[in-house]
Design a protein around this ligand. Structure first.
Ligand code: SF4
Length: 415
């Protein structure tokens, strides 16, 4: 490997880390000000944003320790057979960079992942060493998110949890068959085994902290994972089902969905085109329905098209569910329980809380609800207010065009 200076390594390893969606603000259009016009860019790599356990949005230095890898996962630009420029930081270099960026107020923490060099254990040791040194040698109190390697020694994964705020183990593909085909060196059993071990350790750590104030913290921001969408034949129904199982079995804080993007010199087994970014967005919306809107996984799955198993791209999954299961509507804004109000398309959690609080004092009219939402047009067919009752919702075949957002002209060259 040619000798590279820190700046060159940073350019390569920050760029290589952009494919990890676990703390990315991905999905926007490409813009920059290289032509001297305007200010700023959406293309820069290296610093990403994440939410701390207390809800603050924090900026993180997001890099790989190395983009060399002994594995050959078909979808990954860093795979062994990929013809990319390689670079590698030492653990000390990452520590130095993190501290110097932190002191200059560029970042509030570190997101560190890595290709696998020599062996899973050796790589995991290096990742842990970065976190250990930051915490123990430098008393670093900023946020640390470490990617862990599922087949590394469980003791090393445990060490990661002792130093990091959040740990993540990627399931990579939504189905076992997809994983076998596209990442043959990885094993679903090992990935899920590592997640189960992490869940137990997090629960034990939380219990110990309740009993003894002096007990060490263990991954206080929990664990998360990432799934690549569109690289295999998994449908949205499959993906929602897998995410629900992961939340349930491993108490994950987040499942991240990353639309597969074709990489240079891609393997022939991959699709030539990336899935629409809207698909990733709809999956995030379906995730919110399960986590914040009390939808059961099977209900979200039922919003998908019966024939294709895919969520509609032109409307959000909550509206899709409401249009498909119209006998649950209209909902009376003055009497319905919280769970029913949360199902009304266009009513968010904040609006529902405001309705519940306001109706303790008076009966609500349509105008009162309109003040709490962006568009009353979307809501009208689905709710009853003191001065409003929709007519024959269930019979209206043309309801979808009335409530769906207007189609937007797409950018001709949008990714
Ligand atoms: S192990 Fe990770 S870095 Fe290596 S090829 Fe697979 S996905 Fe890429």
């Amino acid at each position: 490997m040619a000798q590279l200076d820190t700046r060159e390594k940073l350019a390569i390893l920050a760029d290589a880390a952009k494919y990890d969606a676990s703390c990315a603000s991905s999905g926007t259009a490409k813009r920059n000000s290289r032509d001297g016009k305007g200010l700023g860019s959406t293309e820069g790599m290296g610093i990403c944003h994440a939410y701390a356990p207390d809800g603050r949005c924090i900026s993180l230095l997001k890099i790989l320790l190395t983009n060399s890898c002994i594995f050959d996962c078909h979808y990954c630009i860093n795979r062994k057979s990929s013809n990319v420029r390689r670079a590698r930081f030492t653990a000390e270099e990452v520590v130095r960079l993190t501290l110097s960026f932190y002191r200059r107020n560029y970042i509030e923490g570190l997101f560190l992942s890595s290709g696998i060099i020599r062996s899973s254990n050796y790589t995991m040791e290096q990742l842990v060493e970065v976190a250990r040194s930051l915490r123990e040698d430098h008393d670093f109190r900023g946020y640390i998110h470490l990617k862990t390697i599922p087949d590394a020694d469980p003791e090393l994964i445990h060490q990661a949890g002792l130093h990091a705020d959040r740990v993540s183990i990627n399931v990579e593909l939504p189905t076992a068959s997809g994983l076998k085909r596209l990442a043959p060196e990885k094993s679903e059993t090992q990935i899920e085994g590592a997640m189960a071990g992490m869940r137990t350790a997090i629960t034990d750590g939380t219990d110990a902290r309740k009993r003894y104030r002096s007990a060490p913290r263990f991954a206080p921001a929990g664990q998360s994972t990432q799934m690549i969408v569109g690289a295999d034949a998994a449908t949205d129904r499959d993906i929602v089902g897998r995410a629900a199982t992961l939340y349930d079995r491993f108490e994950l804080r987040r499942v991240y969905y990353s639309a597969f993007s074709p990489i240079p010199e891609a393997s022939a087994v991959l699709p030539l085109q990336r899935p629409p970014l809207m698909r990733e967005h709809r999956l995030y919306q379906s995730d919110w329905l399960m986590r914040f809107y009390d939808y059961k996984p099977d209900e979200v799955r039922a919003a998908a098209d019966d024939a294709t198993g895919m969520l509609p791209l032109d409307i959000d999954p909550k509206l899709a569910w409401a249009l498909k299961f119209r006998d649950n509507f209209p909902v009376d804004v003055n009497r319905a329980p919280r769970e029913a109000l949360l199902r009304v398309p266009g009513l968010g959690v904040k609006a529902v809380n405001a309705i519940l609080s306001a109706r303790r004092w008076r009966r609500l009219r349509l105008d009162d609800v309109a003040r709490l939402t962006v568009s009353i047009k979307k809501l009208r067919p689905f709710l009853v207010a003191d001065d409003w009752r929709p007519v024959a919702l269930a019979d209206r075949a043309e309801l979808k065009p009335l409530v769906a957002p207007r189609k937007q002209q797409l950018e001709l060259f949008a990714a």
